[in-house]
Ligand binder design. Structure first.
Ligand code: FES
Length: 164
């Protein structure tokens, strides 16, 4: 009789790797993985679904950075800082039509919207296009440390200049 026939079958006696203890370990491990997954998804579900936006107030640096007669685009913050003959003011770069970000065209001396073709003067007044209103002026001031500050959340009803 060959040696293979003398060995007991796995179903008759427990073999290595199929003991009750190993099944218990697999069960406990599965429960631990399921519990950890439930905890992660539960935390995601219960945590507040809030957007954290940056502050609307921008420190634009010292006013002498902006030369007389200049228009300085700040696309990251969506504004233009203009130093005109009456002083410094800030315009939003967001088009009043459907909210596209406009671009300064120095070769033409205008602000243009790439979406539907609205054009604006450097003081925000509309030249042409579907935009219903001029570009909004934003509250601008010099703080106690001498920095030019802009509040993007505070549109002005009338023009105000920072005189430097
Ligand atoms: Fe600027 Fe339409 S969004 S013209």
């Amino acid at each position: 009789m060959p040696d293979e026939e003398k060995k007991p079958a796995c179903r008759d006696t427990p073999c290595e790797g199929c003991s009750r203890r190993s099944f218990t370990r697999i069960g406990v491990g599965s429960i631990a993985v399921a519990g950890a997954g439930s905890a992660v998804f539960g935390y995601e579900f219960l945590s507040p679904n809030a957007l954290y936006e940056p502050s609307p107030i921008i420190n634009a640096g010292k006013p002498d950075r902006y030369a007389q007669g200049s228009l300085t685009p700040d696309p990251q913050n969506g504004i233009y800082i203009v130093h005109g003959p009456e002083g410094i003011y800030t315009l939003t770069a967001v088009c009043t039509h459907l909210g596209c970000l406009t671009a300064w065209k120095p070769e033409l001396g205008i602000i243009a919207c790439p979406c539907h073709g609205s054009k604006f003067h450097p003081d925000g007044v509309k030249i042409e296009g579907p935009a219903p209103r001029p570009l909004q002026w934003l509250k601008t001031w010099v703080d106690d440390d001498g920095n030019l500050m802009v509040d993007r959340s505070e549109p002005l009803e009338r023009r105000e200049f920072v005189r430097v």
